[in-house]
Design a protein around this ligand. Structure first.
Ligand code: PMP
Length: 451
């Protein structure tokens, strides 16, 4: 038995689903083989070869909550580019803004007329007054760490065990048996990351306080809810106490809302009255066009500006040529003003609650020791009876073999969910009918695994 299931049955189902996938997708197979001749790992970005499928599914077109593959099959998308398309594929206002901008230039390394209104809207929405732009959330996090180390004169960063904040080398440090260690999977990294990165378990205030007490932590970088190791919610009162400790020890709090923007138009921090010193969002902020933003409080902004003005002239190591390009800014303005609306969120919240409740019912009916967690538009099921309290517990509940079998079963029936864990997102274009379809097929999958 594994996760409450007969493992042989899981393997038999996975084998049957792999065979079905191969038979169902001859054109994707052909395209993957052809394209693979000149692509490292056979795909344009190597993560794409890590899905549950025997070969990558080739997407032909995507719109709203749906996409179509090269073999002509239609899918309801609950992965939504792992949040990049959280507001639906090709949202109309963004498509129109891009079309308008397409004849007016893309990049000039100068501000466009959208810069002021976009920054003002970010300030209104997230409650932080000063903003900068990057091309990805990874870049934005890297830049914020740089700025805050420079502004505080402190070298260390504190993260929570099991976190992910993009390809930011500094934060690939885990607790292994309670001891900080560089993540084994990190390739080509030659610096000793544990020298300048401190790691503690999420929800562990005692460990947080002990780490902060050394007085050398520039900032704590955290998702308000951990979303990349399955999902881990903050315990009641955790963030209130953690924020107080961080402040008391002269460190700064950076909240990465790249995934938790699912919690509301102003993210999780705004919805829960948190007061971070800095905030980062990437992925869906421009409707799926590469762009990310980071904001600072007035006080931190002044410290950051002072650090820059006090430094010798030359490269800061912060920023890239195409950051804040005109194209991305036009897309972001349309997305913020017309797509990421309160109304859109209400629709997503209603459907996600139905989805989470439906998953809980099905899991309970099959008496499986699994749990379901939902934050706004984002729902996760995990192979553990009670919600994990930290990265170690969440990691222990992961089972990639089981995940892949379920994901492939769903995919062969026109339903895509997020790989590498069990996350389902709904977008403004998702319908009740889509949610019911997912629940029906998920129920059939469990029935097959249990019978
Ligand atoms: N922050 C968080 C919380 C993320 O989940 C991710 C990506 N999954 C990133 C940052 C990095 O985003 P990107 O890969 O677009 O740089």
């Amino acid at each position: 038995m594994r996760a409450g299931l007969d493992w042989q049955r899981v393997q038999a189902m996975a084998a049957a689903e792999r065979a079905s996938y191969i038979a169902r997708n001859p054109e994707s197979a052909r395209l993957a083989q052809e394209a693979g001749r000149h692509l490292l790992f056979g795909v344009p970005m190597h993560w794409m070869s890590d899905w549950s499928t025997p070969f990558p599914l080739t997407v032909r077109e995507a719109s709203g909550a749906r996409f179509r593959d090269a073999d002509g099959h239609a899918y309801v998308d609950f992965c939504l580019g792992d949040t990049g398309a959280m507001f639906g594929h090709a949202p109309q206002p963004v498509a129109q803004a891009i079309a308008r901008q397409s004849a007016r230039g893309y990049t000039a390394m100068l501000p466009s007329e959208d810069a002021g209104p976009v920054a003002a809207e970010l300030a209104r929405r997230f409650g932080l007054p000063c903003w900068q732009f990057a091309l990805s959330a990874s870049d934005a996090n890297r830049f914020v760490l740089r700025w805050l180390r420079a502004a505080t004169g402190r070298s260390k960063v504190l993260v929570f065990n099991g976190c992910y904040h993009g390809t930011v080398d500094d934060v690939f440090v885990d607790l292994v048996g309670g001891v900080p260690a560089q993540r084994d999977s990190l390739l080509g990294q030659v610096h000793k990351l544990t020298d300048h990165t401190v790691v503690v378990e999420f929800n562990d205030l005692t460990a947080l306080e002990a780490a902060l007490a050394a007085g050398d932590i520039a900032c704590v970088l955290a998702e308000p809810v951990m979303t990349n190791v399955g999902m881990v919610l903050p315990q009641p009162g955790f963030w209130e106490a953690a924020q107080q400790l961080i402040r008391q020890h002269g460190a700064l709090l950076v909240i990465d809302e790249t995934h938790t923007i699912s919690s509301g138009p102003g993210g999780y921090a705004r919805a829960h009255g948190m007061q971070p010193d800095a905030l980062v969002i990437g992925k869906p902020i421009s409707g799926g066009i590469p762009c990310a933003v980071y904001g600072f409080t007035e006080e931190v902004a002044r410290r950051v500006e002072h650090a820059k003005r006090s430094a010798p002239p030359g490269h800061s190591g912060i920023g890239t040529t195409l950051s804040a390009n005109m194209f991305a800014m036009a897309a972001m303005r349309a997305n913020l003003e017309e797509v990421m609306t309160g109304e859109a969120y209400q629709h997503m919240f209603t459907l996600a609650a139905q989805l989470a409740e439906g998953l809980r019912d099905i899991i309970a009916r099959h008496q499986l020791p699994w749990c379901v967690t939902q934050i706004g538009a984002r729902t996760e099921f995990q192979f553990t009876p009670t919600a994990p309290r930290n990265g170690t517990e969440a990691q222990a509940a992961m089972d990639s073999g089981l995940e892949q079998a379920i994901h492939l079963y769903l995919l062969n029936r026109g339903l895509l969910i997020t790989p590498f864990h069990n996350m389902l997102l709904v977008c403004p274009g998702t319908s009740e009918c889509d949610v019911n379809r997912l629940l029906q097929v998920f129920g059939e999958c469990l029935l097959e695994l249990r019978s």
